[in-house]
Ligand binder design. Structure first.
Ligand SMILES: Nc1nc2c(ncn2[C@@H]2O[C@H](COP(=O)(O)OP(=O)(O)OP(=O)(O)O)[C@@H](O)[C@H]2O)c(=O)[nH]1
Length: 316
């Protein structure tokens, strides 16, 4: 098995990118905790306020309540340092995230390993494909990219750029062509080349949900006809700035494409990065990577403890 634990996890670069990216969420949580617990006793009111601070960061009502309860346990009527609260909150968040922090694994005995990439336009699908292709290439793997977002010429072009950069083969048809046909071509090409991994890009037009979902279903159907075990992974990219809407996107894509894991991008663009915690608590789907900035190096492997500490403004 190969995974995505490449050297982007090398500290301190990794930690710096993570904390910088999460600044907006961390500031909200950290300041909120400081304001609440500086020279104040812990009681029902402070805990309720803590719950509100967590909800404002989008951790979700249930998780917020559970964390507040854990912080309060055995500490009523005592003064407690803000840093201690931060550590307690981080530990609770880590416990939620730990089971879902999983690198994307490409089983080497499955050849080609077929990865279907889904997600709405602009959510970071292409960036994720580029990152995965580059990482696989660095591991000496042969990769084929199928330009299944046939709706936009720019998407096909973007994929070609990534193919050039990473030495992957790209399979495409003219804009407007049948996406399932491109997926089929991609699989044929991957077989001819003896490629290790086939990554299929797909369209993400939520404006036309019915059509989009039908297109995804068709891709899955066509691929399955060729390889009953495929797709071997279905990764959904989510833009963190859409907030609670991310939860609905997961529902929709899970139903149609059988999502097996998530990538959450643009955590740097929101003060509500707790949405990732809410998502983990609700769906329990593996989270493979997170995006904390514009650059390809800002798309990082997801590490539960690091995220949990960074999001409340704690040090490494
Ligand atoms: N700030 C920030 N920008 C990001 C992040 N991830 C991706 N982006 C940017 O978001 C935009 C969309 O990313 P793409 O990878 O092109 O997304 P896509 O889902 O393929 O989008 P379409 O090509 O429009 O379908 C690009 O400008 C990326 O640079 C992130 O974590 N933070």
């Amino acid at each position: 098995m190969n995974d995505m634990n490449d050297d982007t996890t090398a500290r301190p670069g990794f930690w710096k990118r993570l904390t910088q990216g999460l600044t907006r969420t961390a500031t909200g949580l950290s300041t909120g905790i400081t304001d609440l617990f500086t020279k104040r006793k812990l009681d029902a009111d402070t805990l309720e306020d803590l719950e509100d601070v967590l909800i404002r960061a989008d951790l979700g009502v249930d998780t917020a309540a559970r964390i507040a309860l854990a912080v309060g346990k055995g500490r009523y009527e005592k003064t407690i340092e803000p840093d201690e609260v931060r550590a307690l909150v981080a530990a609770e968040i880590e416990a939620v995230l730990k089971p879902v922090a999983m690198p994307l694994e490409f089983a080497s005995d499955t050849k080609p390993f077929i990865l279907l990439m889904v997600g709405v336009n602009g959510s970071g699908k292409t960036t994720t494909i580029g990152k995965l292709a580059a990482t696989l290439k660095a591991q000496g793997k042969k990769v084929v990219l199928a330009a299944g977002d046939t709706f936009r010429a720019a998407a096909i072009e973007q994929l070609k750029v990534w193919a050039d950069r990473t030495g992957a083969t790209v399979v495409s048809r003219a804009p407007g062509a049948d996406a399932a046909g491109v997926a089929f071509d991609g699989l044929q090409q991957a077989r001819v080349e003896g490629a290790d991994v086939l990554i299929i890009d797909t369209a993400g037009r939520l404006q036309n949900r019915v059509e989009l979902m039908a297109e995804l279903e068709k891709i899955v159907r066509v691929i399955k006809k060729q390889d009953a075990t495929a797709p071997h992974a279905v990764v959904l990219t989510l833009d963190a700035t859409v907030g609670q809407n991310a939860l609905q996107q997961v529902e929709a894509f899970k139903r149609v494409a059988g999502v097996t894991g998530l990538v959450m991008t643009k955590l740097d663009g929101t003060a509500r990065g707790g949405i990732l915690v809410a998502l983990a608590a609700r769906h329990g789907l593996p989270i493979h990577l997170i995006g904390v900035g514009e650059g390809i190096d800002d798309l990082q492997p997801f590490a539960a403890r690091d995220f949990a500490r960074a999001i409340v403004g704690l040090e490494d």
